[in-house]
Ligand binder design. Sequence first.
Ligand SMILES: Nc1ncnc2c1ncn2[C@@H]1O[C@H](COP(=O)(O)OP(=O)(O)OP(=O)(O)O)[C@@H](O)[C@H]1O
Ligand SMILES: [Mg+2]
Length: 518
Amino acid sequence: MLKVLVVDDDAGLRISIKSILINSTSNKFDVDEAFDGLDAFEKIKSTEYDIVILDVDMPRLNGIETLRKIKEYQPGIIVMMLTAYATIDHAVLAVKEGAYNYLSKPIQPDLLIELLDKAIEAHRLISSIAASSPVMMDSGRKIIGNNAQMQKVFNIIFRLSKVDTPVLIRGASGTGKELVARAIHFNSARKEEKFVAVNCSAIPENLFESEFFGHEKGSFTGADQRKIGKFQYAEGGTLFLDEVGDLPQHMQVKLLRVLQEKAFSPVGSLREIQTNVRIIAATNRPLEDMIKAGTFREDLFYRLNVIPIFLPQLSERRDDIETMIHLFIKKFNQAHCKRISGITPECLQALKKYDWPGNIRELENVIEHAFIMENSNLITLRSLPESILNNLGISLLNVNEEHHSSNNKSSAIFNHNDLDDTDDFSDLDNEDNLLFDHDNNNNNDHNPVEVLSSVSVDGAPLDFNLQKELFEKEFIIKALKQFKGKINQTALHANIPKKTLLRKIEKYGINAKDYSIQ
Ligand SMILES: Nc1ncnc2c1ncn2[C@@H]1O[C@H](COP(=O)(O)OP(=O)(O)OP(=O)(O)O)[C@@H](O)[C@H]1O
Ligand SMILES: [Mg+2]
């Protein structure tokens, strides 16, 4: 028997939930009631509950405050929030704070039972895995996160990598959704199999089905070859559905079916193909609003949202900024053959103050920009993009930043020796996205590259490949801006094959969606 506590100030609702649970065919629930948060907390102190079903909007102690108290007192308890549409934002917040999931009123009996079953299953799986320090890295990249919120995320990632449930990663642009998805895959039992990322916002609507499930030769105009889809390609591994909020409605139905039945049929075929693929989805769109507006299916949402992960904005985790700068400096030292050894205190202070609307991706781009602009061996305020200096109200005319020569390491935030401390990349150097090889940086105070990097044309390094890449990146961004981030149109009008465009976009860490509302 599972002990359940139903907490709602509406007595009628409590009674109807109680009767749904008691009359459910599984017959496994023993249900108590509490009329508000304080009453609930008193009951939790005297009885051990497995599940609490908690209304968001209650007098005296509201749902969120009650959740916090309950979780503090008994962290392992499963809490399911109940919400009216008006309070859905609070329910989402509650999930961020540790509630398992939420259910909209009016309560649908089947959905309530289904969600509780899932919660119990996920809880059983997860609590059987002892929490331990996760190895947070994937193929060549490293996830930084000393901040407390990120430590919680890491813990979930570690546990999630040991189970096979779907995951929904939520977070603003550039917060690390894909990196987290990769970390889950590369720490899981599927790590030897493929991690296949599909960007749902980059697929033309009429090609979705074929992209996902493949097609038979001749099944539609242009299908002159049989083709396998991403599900088959990822067989045994993980399929990362990025920007899942952009999935058109007819594909939402099809995806739901695959998740339920673990089988699909290629376009133009009657064959059923069994699939064993773990789904990790990500989005920065407000799925709750989309459900309300009828553009995202609630049943698919619940399927995907078995265990949600919310990634904080960089501005909510400023304590990680310095470590990230450190990481990116290492990365770009290799990529640009430079020997930048650190950042000036003034510059670091400025970067810690900035709000980072584009999050970690923006920080990474700013450090790369600084690498290109900087002629000394430290990143200084002078090498930051003008937009950031303007935003922070810093005028270079008034800046009295110390001049840092190559030998002046004492005032830098970190120096060459720091470059060797933490990396665990050594077994990963077969990956083409390996960020840097720190061995190349070891104790090499004599630095021939610095001399080279001081050869410049119009103030920029005289390096053909570097300049070519800069041009490409700038060109692609301009073209995307012009076509509002639309991949197909950009490829067509800028005369770039779509595949090449997508490859370059990935290579330069460009986010096409950033340009959709210019
Ligand atoms: N915690 C982290 N530590 C180190 N690097 C990170 C971290 N999070 C993100 N990054 C880096 O920031 C960049 C953006 O990350 P990622 O692509 O995973 O974000 P995203 O949330 O998927 O962004 P978008 O919504 O724009 O697709 C990547 O280069 C990634 O390696
Ligand atoms: Mg992404």
